[in-house]
Structure formats: C-alpha cells, structure tokens
Ligand binder design. Structure first.
Ligand SMILES: [Zn+2]
Ligand SMILES: [Zn+2]
Length: 198
C-alpha cells in the first residue's frame, strides 16, 4: 500500500510505498524545532510540546510524480542532516543523511496530510518518542523506543547498501551521489537566529 505525498499548495506530488514497514516517530530535538522555525510555520509543523511527527522509511519507497523543481534543501550546520522542503509554500518534506549510501529518510507529517487517508490509517499512531528532554511545557512526553528505532534503521541502511537499493533515491543523483539541489547551509548568524527562537 502507498500513501500520497504533497506540499500544501499541490505543486509537489508523489507517494510513499510500503507504508507498513515505516517507523512513526515524534522527535523533540532542537534541530527539528529549528527547521520548523526556519520555514516560518512552526505552528503547523510542531505539536504543543515542540515535537515533529516523522515517518521514517527508505528513500527507494519515495517517488515524486510532479514538481521536483520546487524541492530545496538546507542544513542547519555544515555537518547537519539534509532537510528538504518546497520553495513554493515552505512545506517540510523530510530529512536525509548527507550521503545517499546511508539509505534513510524521515518524512515530516505535513507533506503526508491527505483528504483521502490519514497518517494513522497508513502508518499507525506514533509509539516512538525521541529527544524528549527538549520537549516544551508541562507533562512532557516520555522517551520511548529510541534504541529499537536506531537498530531498525541501521539494519535497513546496511541491507540497502548490500543489495544496492540505496541507489534508488529521488534526493540524490545516483552516479555522483550529489544531492539534486545543492543544500543551503545556514551562516553562523542565521543559525543563531533560528536557535534563539526555540
Ligand atoms: Zn507547494
Ligand atoms: Zn529531531
């Protein structure tokens, strides 16, 4: 079964396949919060504790059918994750590791919102909560499932590396391993500005 992907304005469209093997994770880390603020619509992206609802899967499961020209990519720092979003309406798409050989993508919930099917129907409700010490407000969520998630993702990265399916990714040019759009790396000042509002 697959689940639709689209940006808020509908320029970018696609789908994610094999939904049952995805991990649904809520991440409270400062970097995910900073990315939401960078896009300027943290109210739509973050939950009331500052968490980002993420669906982790393999890039080979993602296909875009239109609008890849609106894809953009940023990094909070030189060594940070590649954080993908659309330029048309600033919808967060997902996070990938800097090398395509490490086959991983964490899709941000906003690009998975759909009138046809809910995230819960496709991916089940979130049971994994990570980096909860950075959660905001009272009665913070409890950390759960971090180790299991790390092990599961590592196993998948290794398997994709061995069977060569890491080459199936819409985010990188296969031959060179270069991202399809060059990432914007925040300047020191831009980084400080975005971290200050968390
Ligand atoms: Zn859009
Ligand atoms: Zn995070």
């Amino acid at each position: 079964m697959s689940h639709p992907i689209q940006c808020k304005c509908g320029c970018l469209k696609g789908s994610v396949a094999d939904v049952k093997t995805a991990n649904r994770v809520v991440c409270y880390c400062r970097d995910c919060q900073a990315f939401a603020h960078f896009l300027g619509n943290s109210g739509d992206i973050l939950d009331r504790h500052g968490g980002t609802d993420i669906v982790q899967t393999l890039p080979k499961n993602i296909s875009f059918t239109q609008g890849t020209e609106v894809l953009a990519c940023m990094r909070l720092t030189e060594t940070g994750l590649l954080r993908w979003y659309t330029t048309c309406c600033k919808t967060p798409i997902g996070n990938t590791l800097p090398s395509h050989k490490m086959s991983f993508v964490g899709l941000v919930h906003n690009c998975l919102e759909s009138s046809e099917i809910t995230l819960n129907d496709s991916f089940g409700s979130a049971r994994i909560y990570v980096h909860t010490k950075y959660a905001k407000g009272e009665s913070k969520p409890k950390s759960a499932g971090l180790m299991a998630t790390v092990i599961r993702n590592l196993a998948r990265v290794l398997r994709a590396r061995i069977d060569g399916t890491y080459k199936q990714t819409p985010f990188f040019w296969v031959d060179s391993g270069v991202p399809i759009v060059s990432p914007k790396i925040l300047s020191h000042q831009e980084y400080q500005d975005v971290m200050d509002v968390i």
